[in-house]
Design a protein around this ligand. Sequence first.
Ligand SMILES: C[S@@+](CC[C@H](N)C(=O)[O-])C[C@H]1O[C@@H](n2cnc3c(N)ncnc32)[C@H](O)[C@@H]1O
Length: 239
Amino acid sequence: MKNSNLNLKNITSKEKRNLVKNVFTEVSKNYDFMNDLMSFGLHRLWKIQFCNFIDFSSKKKILDLAAGSGDLTKIIYENFNNCDVTLIDSNKKMLDEAKKKLSKYKLDFIQSFAENLPFKKSTFDYVICAFGVRNFTDMDKALSESYRTLKSKGKFLCLEFSKPNNMPFKIAFKIYGKIIPKMGKVFANNENAYKYLIESIKSFPDQEKFSNILQKHKFKNIECYDILSGIASIHIGEK
Ligand SMILES: C[S@@+](CC[C@H](N)C(=O)[O-])C[C@H]1O[C@@H](n2cnc3c(N)ncnc32)[C@H](O)[C@@H]1O
């Protein structure tokens, strides 16, 4: 990771794929601890808020895309449970953490890329993705695959860091961007992985642009909800 090219604007697909692989392999053991530390535990509340957009009134088939250590699925099984969730992630070490966390549930854990989903078309009622999209090598391909694997009227839900829309939050976010790599160095002995985190947030499209991207991928009835004045946002698109 030491000499990785962290300038995401000038990086080849192959370099990004390797970078992302190395980042999550290296942070996997500390991933949950660092998430709690860096967000003051807020990411848990955001994820609960996100899962509240899923309609559990009848049994749903859900794909947890870029599932990482399995937080979303855990929230779903602990709070709602009327569903059948499949977890997919490209990183073995992250999925190993998810398997540990969710060992009491009988679930499918699949190591695969979002850009090439190993499912037939129209399989899922929901494809949900928290803090995954900005890491994809080919976001367009991943969105097309999400669309393909959704049933008609199925929904794609995305929780991602976004662009704050007022000055105090903009300033706070800028300061935060400088502190996070230092925290990564002190608490996880990995400054570069957390520099990547900040770079990937900076290079991700803002709320409006991401809504347009979803539209370009044929999603309908697009909704966008800001969290904490746009520090993060939830996008929803329907097939
Ligand atoms: C920031 S973590 C998010 C994990 C989890 N969803 C959460 O909210 O805590 C991003 C995850 O995306 C995965 N990822 C990155 N690129 C991917 C790709 N192309 N296909 C599938 N998963 C990918 C990483 O391995 C990592 O586990």
